[in-house]
Design a binder for this molecule. Structure first.
Ligand code: GDP
Length: 298
């Protein structure tokens, strides 16, 4: 997904390495190239501006003039600023002092929420938690079945409205699921909510109602990294409409340019906590800003 960015930055740095001392003109040219590389990779414009300004300021300052190897120093600065844009420290789930910890997943239809719910449950189980999956996506007829399938795959129980009881009220299902978790001593509850094709008022209201009913410890916004700048805009809309604590990027195995998704942490000021890179249960990991930066910088 980050091939464009990787290739472009690699060629910027290659040019840089062949120089000994750097003139101010060299530095300007390098900043221009970095700016173009980031924009071509679809990184959000405001984030690019901030990034380039920070790298330039540090490069012009004492850090570079004192350096024995200026080009190496610039690469180090770019790396550190990239880690910062990506959110700095890795952050995992903040577990409630009093179980169950409630995690609510929100996002557009097709973002990968249901798939992610299974992955997250499987991951928590491996971390010796006892998660319960909750089917509060009652919009799509097949959503409950789909959650059941991923739950079975992860070996995790799914709380769903009883068949034959009509469509059901997702807020009521979510509320009853928390009671069930308390009674049966599940320590983490993962609530899968309905998405729509686009951001709309009804969707936001339903997500906000579920949130108000279950007071999640973590509201995670799940977003398909392939949708480019829309990922940033949708993230903002969900943060304003529902309030999110963290972001999960999905479909990082795709061939889109990916830069937009990488801008989300900085634009929202919320951490990217997990990343999903395939349809399998194991195609999932915590998001580590430093590892991602190293990967991008090659
Ligand atoms: P939801 O509507 O948000 O619940 O989305 P789903 O979980 O149903 O996922 C939508 C589609 O994307 C399904 O076909 C998933 O198999 C697929 N999908 C989910 N996550 C990933 C991922 O990380 N990589 C790829 N390639 N496909 C994914």
């Amino acid at each position: 997904m980050f091939d464009t960015l990787q290739d472009r930055l690699a060629s910027v740095f290659k040019g840089l390495r062949s120089k000994g001392r750097l003139t101010e003109a060299d530095l300007d040219a390098t900043m221009r190239e970095i700016r173009i590389a980031l924009l071509e990779a679809d990184v959000n414009l405001a984030v690019v501006k901030e990034f380039v300004a920070a790298v330039k300021e540090r490069s012009l300052g004492a850090e570079l003039s004192k350096a024995l190897n200026p080009s190496q120093q610039i690469i180090k600065i770019v790396n550190e600023e990239l880690v910062s844009i990506l959110g700095g420290e890795a952050r995992t789930i903040r577990f409630a002092k009093q179980p169950p910890t409630v995690i609510m997943l929100a996002g557009l239809q097709g973002a990968g929420k249901t798939t992610l719910a299974g992955k997250l449950a499987g991951w928590l189980k491996a971390e010796r938690h006892s998660p319960l999956l909750v089917a509060a996506d009652l919009q799509r007829p097949n959503a409950v079945n789909q959650l059941q399938i991923v739950g079975d795959r992860a070996g995790v129980h799914v709380f769903a409205p009883e068949p034959g009881n009509g469509v059901g009220d997702p807020v009521d299902v979510a509320r009853r699921a928390i009671e069930h978790a308390r009674a049966k001593l599940y320590d983490v509850v993962i609530v899968d909510t309905a998405g729509r094709l686009g951001v709309d008022q009804e969707l936001m209201q339903q997500a906000a109602d579920i949130k108000a009913a279950v007071s999640p410890d973590e509201t995670l916004f799940v977003v398909d990294a392939m949708i480019g700048q829309d990922a940033v805009n949708t993230a903002k809309a969900f943060d304003e409409g529902v309030g999110v604590d963290g972001v999960v990027l999905t479909k990082l195995d795709g061939d889109a340019r990916g830069g937009a998704a990488l801008s989300i942490a900085r634009v929202l000021g919320k951490p990217i906590m997990f990343a999903s890179n395939g349809e399998g249960l194991a195609d999932f990991d915590m998001f580590h800003p430093d590892r991602m930066a190293s990967r991008i910088l090659g």
